[in-house]
Ligand binder design. Structure first.
Ligand code: SF4
Length: 569
């Protein structure tokens, strides 16, 4: 039987529901049913988890507010767009949260402020439409403007896919712009009763993720996408892409039928066919995906059950064309090579600025928001959001580099060269207090974890070792812990599952090593693990490769165990 969400979508009149009335009703919250529709508009209604218990005990209304997410194809923004995003930060809690899918989030936005926020973003040519919901989400791109990279091709493909898969319903403009569709960051539907040509009345069974990688740069974790595209020419030099399908990382504790999965290479397609092939794959998911159980409603479960060959046949049948076999991909570099100064093709420079956990705000000591704004006002000509929640400030003249560095120093903003490798190679999801799914902390305790890693690495003369580390507050895996060298996944309010063995380039899954480790006991696991790593790694061997070489059974010997349950990874 289809889930209740299916009924809500189908009867919503293409994402309208009662949202117009509810926005004007003077109440501080939306009904729960409307929450499912709000997601398509880029909005999650959440409650402050720090105060949930006490409010519930006192039988008072929970402290509701909204998270609002901007969809930024490929993470590319012009300065004018950024200035509007930045100006509006104070509508929420004063911070901007850069996401692991190259978007931007506002937290703690009150219902009464939503219209001003979303409307103003659109007037600044930034959209929130389809940033969440059961549609194709923000299209990711290997975004660094490195010399030799065809960035124009990457950017235009990201924009083309984003436009093609944006919902067509005019509900978005009716709600947030009083029908002023000319003011819009997205494509404009031609009529008010459009039939959603790609999605139909019920949209997709669940979210669908697309990412485009440049050969050698797997910063987008292309194997974790429902559809991953790697832009490689064929043997004749014709431009095109290897299409990967069936990646996805979310899982559910205590349910071994849910699991992270890497995408499989399916076909090589020429540039002219890429968008059609992706649309055919979206169509297969729309028609065949599981609408009875949202925890199994991802393309990866279809591919796992029926095989990549079945998906290829289905796509070729729908398009009436056949495609070439996938070609071998070049090796991937480390996931984060874009921090610090790098040369662009046009002779200018970009600065990769680390933003720990993607949290951009001004504090008394560190004024990151101000610094980014001023660099864009004076020195840079575009800004790119990375898949690791950092920023690339692009188009800086050689002559301005010193001034940029002086400005950062004046505003107390550390550059990559001032931070430890543990800080630079770690990422956490927001988790508590805002995420409704969070079982435990992530972003707020990440500094403690990186301090611990720094200390353990220095003690073992491993200070020059970078370990790609991802932490989440639940098994959904928003910061992609299952393709990290070290993944730390929230299991309860205070305990975490430890995964190890992902490759530095993100092309291998990590596996579960120890379950239910209390945060305060992480050192008891990490210290002996890193001790053995220091003793038995081969010259220059990465932590993830070492862990994979030894295997979980050998690594687990001598490690403490903690109240194990019967959960499979
Ligand atoms: Fe929330 Fe879980 Fe995603 Fe973290 S991984 S942001 S806790 S859903």
């Amino acid at each position: 039987m289809a889930t209740p969400v299916e009924g809500i979508k189908a009867s919503s009149g293409h994402l309208r529901g009662s949202l117009v009335e509810e926005l004007a009703d003077g109440m501080s919250t939306f009904p729960l049913e409307s929450g499912h529709l709000l997601k398509f508009h880029g909005i999650y209604q959440q409650d402050d988890r720090d105060h949930r218990g006490e409010l519930a005990r006192a039988k008072r209304t929970l402290a509701y507010s909204c998270m609002v997410r901007c969809s930024v194809p490929g993470g590319l923004l012009r300065p004018s767009q950024w200035f509007e995003i930045d100006r509006l930060a104070d509508v929420g809690d004063g911070s901007l949260r850069l996401t692991s899918r190259q978007g931007v989030q506002y937290h703690f936005v009150h219902k009464g402020d939503l219209k001003e926020l979303v409307g103003s973003l659109n007037r600044g040519l930034v959209t929130t439409y389809a940033a969440c919901g059961d549609v194709v989400r923000n299209v990711m791109v290997s975004s660094a403007p490195d010399a030799g990279r065809d960035l124009g091709r990457l950017d235009s493909l990201a924009r083309a896919l984003a436009n093609r898969f944006r919902p067509q319903s005019a509900a978005y403009w009716e709600l947030w712009l009083d029908g002023e569709r000319a003011v819009s960051a997205g494509p404009i539907a031609e009529s008010d009763d459009t039939t959603e040509p790609i999605y139909g009345d019920s949209y997709l069974p669940r979210k669908f993720k697309v990412g485009i990688a440049w050969p050698g740069d797997n910063s987008i974790d292309v194997y974790s996408q429902d559809v991953g595209l790697v832009l490689v020419p064929n043997a004749d030099g014709e431009l095109g892409a290897v299409v990967l399908a069936g990646g996805g990382l979310g899982r559910t504790h205590k349910d071994a039928t849910t699991f992270p999965r890497l995408g499989d290479p399916m076909v090589w397609v020429p540039d002219r066919d890429i968008a059609d092939v992706v649309e055919a794959m979206v169509g297969v998911f729309r028609d065949e995906g599981n609408r009875d159980d949202r925890s199994h409603a991802r393309l990866k479960y279809l591919v796992e059950a029926r095989g990549i060959g079945w998906l290829r046949q289905e796509v070729e049948r729908r398009l009436g064309r056949s495609f070439d076999d996938p070609i071998a991909l070049p090796a991937w570099g480390r996931a984060r090579e874009h921090l610090g100064w790098h040369h662009q093709d046009d002779g200018r420079w970009y600065l990769g600025l680390p933003v720990p956990s993607g949290r951009l705000l001004d504090t008394k000591e560190t004024k990151r928001r101000t610094a980014v704004r001023q660099i864009l006002e004076r020195y840079a000509n575009e800004i790119r959001l990375t898949p690791h929640q950092d920023l690339l400030l692009c188009g800086i003249e050689e002559a301005d580099k010193a001034a940029v560095e002086a400005l950062l120093t004046e505003l107390g903003v550390p550059q990559a060269k001032h931070l430890s490798l543990s800080v630079l190679s770690s990422m956490a999801c927001p988790a508590l207090p805002t995420c409704g799914q969070a079982l435990g902390e992530a972003e707020r305790v990440l500094p403690e974890l990186t301090d611990l890693l720094d200390q353990l690495l220095v003690e073992r003369r491993l200070a020059d070792v970078s370990i790609e580390t991802r932490m989440t507050g639940c098994p959904n895996g928003c910061s992609r812990p299952y393709v990290a060298e070290l993944g730390i996944v929230g299991r309860t309010k205070t305990a975490y599952d430890l995964f190890v063995g992902g490759s530095p380039g993100g092309s291998r899954l990590a596996v579960l090593l120890v379950e239910s480790v209390p945060f305060s006991k992480l050192e008891d696991v990490l210290a002996p693990l890193l001790e053995r790593f220091s003793q038995s790694r081969t010259d220059g061997e990465a932590f993830g490769d070492w862990a994979d070489r030894l295997g979980v059974a050998a690594l687990a010997v001598g490690l403490p165990t903690f109240q194990r349950s019967s959960v499979a990874s």
